[in-house]
Design a protein around this ligand. Structure first.
Ligand code: HEC
Length: 109
């Protein structure tokens, strides 16, 4: 009986923590995001906001000698295409907006 109750509590806590995630956080932790062939999420490399310092205020990004003029381009051209081998997403989509809002938020420590 007690074990059953504990199990129920455990399941409901999982349920609530899943519901509390913002849309951006879900995308950030989605291993299937952008049909990527590596089956990794953004969070696989940027767990807890690592390597994202300054993105909330930066407007240009220098990566491997190439300058990108927007965070959306970095995400599409470098992260999704090169690092994750996925399909870039629409720059103006709600998904992109949610993802960018989330990484900006976690980049501020
Ligand atoms: C395979 C590992 C990996 C994955 C997966 C990955 N990143 Fe990155 N990301 C990096 C590395 C490494 C850098 C730093 C590149 C550099 O500065 O040379 C970086 C840099 C960035 C930057 C620029 C940071 C800056 O200050 O210039 C952004 C924004 C970013 N990643 C967002 C994302 C998002 C969003 C995703 C998921 C769609 C993602 N990354 C997935 C490894 C990864």
């Amino acid at each position: 009986m007690i074990n059953k109750l504990k199990f129920l509590l455990f399941i409901s806590s999982l349920f609530f923590s899943a519901c509390n995630k913002t849309p951006g956080e879900k995308i950030f932790k989605d291993r299937k995001f952008a049909n990527n062939k590596k089956i990794v999420s953004c969070s696989y490399c940027h767990s807890g906001g690592t390597k994202l310092d300054g993105v909330a205020t930066q407007s240009t990004f220098d990566i491997d000698g190439v300058t990108y003029n927007s965070i959306e381009n970095v995400i599409n051209q470098v992260m999704i295409k090169q690092f994750m081998q996925g399909d870039p997403i629409d720059i103006n989509s709600q998904q992109m907006k949610d993802l960018v809002a989330y990484i900006k938020k976690i980049s501020i420590k």
